[in-house]
Write a protein that binds this ligand. Structure first.
Ligand code: MG
Ligand code: FE
Length: 168
């Protein structure tokens, strides 16, 4: 049996690994995008947000005396999942990227909802607030992707039909 605080520490570490993987995935998407400037700009904004999210989690772990030294060894944990989502060197890369991004944001949303509950249960109001800040950014990104998925898909289909570079 673990205490609520021990669970909180473990889940914060998982979230930190998730954010490192998010940065990797988003950076590779942004680097490759050429014909979707609006999508690229939103991804670039979310890369900055993602870095700040990771820093917020580091501050939370330091508050719990479970700081940086313990973060390093778990950062590879989510790599397999991230590679599955970001290994998108396929002919419809931008569409697969939208799918992967939408999926990843919703995993992040679920993670922060769990963390907020765990932080409250452990009496850690400041950690709950930090997770709330991260959650708001993930929800905004998910909402943006939701609103732009149709437009991205139509643009892909039009470019592809016109024999232009559609995939990215
Ligand atoms: Mg995030
Ligand atoms: Fe995110």
């Amino acid at each position: 049996m673990a205490t609520p605080k021990e669970h909180l520490v473990a889940w914060l570490r998982d979230a930190h690994a998730m954010e490192e993987q998010a940065e990797t995935m988003l950076s590779s998407q942004s680097r490759r995008l050429q014909n979707y400037p609006e999508l690229k700009a939103r991804i670039d904004q979310h890369i900055e947000e993602t870095r700040e999210q990771a820093r917020r989690i580091e501050t939370c772990l330091e508050r719990l005396d479970a700081g940086a030294s313990s973060i390093k060894d778990i950062s590879g944990k989510m790599v397999a999942l991230g590679q599955g989502l970001s290994g998108i060197f396929v002919e419809d890369e931008v569409v697969k990227g939208t799918l992967a991004g939408y999926t990843f944001e919703h995993m992040e949303i679920a993670s922060y909802k769990i963390l907020i509950t765990a932080a409250e249960a452990a009496g850690e109001a400041e950690i709950a607030a930090a997770c709330q800040a991260n959650l708001a950014e993930e929800m905004a990104m998910a909402e943006w992707l939701d609103q732009h998925a149709a437009g991205t898909t139509r643009k892909f289909l039009n470019l592809d039909q016109a024999d232009q570079t559609a995939k990215r």
